[in-house]
Design a protein around this ligand. Structure first.
Ligand code: BGC
Length: 437
């Protein structure tokens, strides 16, 4: 520095140097940048994304966000299709369940075998998670979290005030609903949106039939199972549940998003909600205190079961120019530090089965129950239809639409609906060469 420099000049120069350094740093910070398409747009979902972004940046990878609104990913799947058709596929995309295989069949997805092998995924991941990532013997996706769907959330403060105990059976649930109603509180927060109605319904199918029956209906697509009394009972239950919702007194209400329902629940407008545990993530992000303001348990008669949805991401191979960064993203997603931090925000649980006592103790009781039940094995697990674990998109969309129709239209009897769904299943099975009748 020349001796003639005054203080002011030194200061200005320092400022310039820091600005340049900052610019240089942010460029140097991210050696690679990946475009990530997903459907996480709620406050907690965005929080989970920000966490991932910061973790990837530590490894000099910039996550460029392409978030498509729409709970359950309906919009995101459409956008993904059109982007791929236009030759503008993202480097990384949220893709879950059998859809992974559908895309991998087209030869567009990067194989992550080296990442899986070097990080011992077959040993460290829960077997169901690992199977989901495989396509023709190759690992084609990276998992992030296991969501449980069969959860019952209740307003713990209100329950205490009204002297209502945590519902363990359906009778308890009914008593709680009546007590809430008498206090002018809508017992069950529930949207009429198709995927949300069907999310409730699939939980009821599990409640009435257990995992084996559930698989018969939604995975094996046995049309006769739709005519089974257990299926009739689940449909009846759906109508009973509807009687506890705002829809019972106001049929013209608009379709609420799941975050609207979270808002109603946090405001004390509704007393209970049945929803996937992303709902817990959202409540926590809203500042709601678990056990003090709200509590979670499993839906009655499903405590030993785990209705799951596993979030995962695939990497589009393109011209392979981003392979190194993509492999790094996959590896980081499964790392213990990201698993712990991400799942805490998101409401889900780790995809790893090698959690130690300390990691388990750091989880809340619903997360512990979710992780333990899931890791008890397949007999306890049921793959979510609505959240893309059980069937292809076409089958899922057809079922979800019919369940919503039944929910909204009283002129469709339970028996009629069973017949309709059985006929739809037969037709779809024939179209797709599924030999199940
Ligand atoms: C996804 C969750 C997401 C939820 C609501 C589910 O299908 O698995 O990650 O939070 O939809 O959008």
């Amino acid at each position: 520095m020349p001796l003639w420099w005054g203080k002011q000049q030194v200061f200005e120069n320092k400022a310039k140097i820091s600005a340049v350094a900052l610019l240089f740093c942010s460029q140097a910070f991210a050696n690679d940048s990946v475009d990530v398409l997903h459907w996480w747009t709620s406050t907690s979902e965005r929080g989970a994304v920000r966490f991932l972004q910061s973790k990837l940046l530590e490894d000099k990878i910039e996550w460029r966000d392409a978030a498509i609104p729409g709970g359950g990913g309906i919009g995101a799947m459409r956008v993904l299709k059109s982007r791929v058709l236009a030759g503008k596929q993202p480097a990384v995309a949220q893709l879950i369940g059998p859809a992974i295989a559908e895309w991998a069949d087209l030869g567009l997805i990067l194989e992550l075998d080296n990442v899986a092998k070097n990080n011992a995924w077959p040993k460290t991941l829960s077997p169901t998670v690992n199977e989901l990532l495989l396509h023709r013997g190759h690992t084609v996706a990276a998992p992030l979290g296991v969501h449980r769907i069969n959860n019952l959330y209740y307003n713990a403060k209100l329950f205490r005030e009204l002297g209502i105990a945590e519902p363990k059976t359906m009778d308890d649930f009914k008593r709680a609903a009546l007590r809430l109603s008498a206090a002018n509180i809508t017992p069950l927060g529930q949207s009429t949106e198709a995927w949300q109605v069907a999310t409730l319904f699939e939980t009821l199918v599990l409640m009435e039939g257990g995992p084996a029956f559930y698989r018969d209906v939604f995975v094996r697509r046995n049309a006769n199972a739709y005519l089974d009394p257990k299926f009739a009972r689940a449909l009846n239950r759906l109508r009973q549940m509807r009687a506890y919702t705002a829809y019972a007194s106001n049929k013209s209400q608009r379709e609420l998003s799941w975050t609207d329902i979270a808002q109603q629940f946090a405001n004390g407008q509704v007393g209970m909600v049945i929803m996937g545990d992303w709902f817990k993530g959202e409540l926590l992000t809203m500042g709601q205190k678990l056990e003090q303001q709200f509590a979670c348990t499993t839906v009655p008669n499903t405590q030993n079961y785990h209705l799951y949805s596993i979030d995962s991401f695939v990497m589009f191979s393109g011209d392979y120019s981003q392979q190194t960064a993509q492999e790094k993203v996959a590896q980081l997603m499964v790392s213990p530090a990201i698993q712990q931090g991400y799942n805490r925000i998101k409401g889900s649980v780790s995809v790893r089965r090698d959690l130690d006592q300390k990691a388990l103790a750091a989880m809340d009781r619903c997360a512990q129950s979710s992780w333990q039940t899931f890791n008890r094995g397949k007999a306890m697990q049921a793959p979510s239809l609505v959240h893309r674990m059980a069937a292809d998109e076409k089958f899922k969309d057809a079922m979800v639409a019919q369940i919503q129709k039944f929910y909204l239209d009283d002129s469709i009897s339970v028996q009629e609906n069973q017949q309709r769904m059985a006929a739809m299943v037969r037709a779809l099975n024939i179209q797709e060469g599924n030999t199940e009748q």
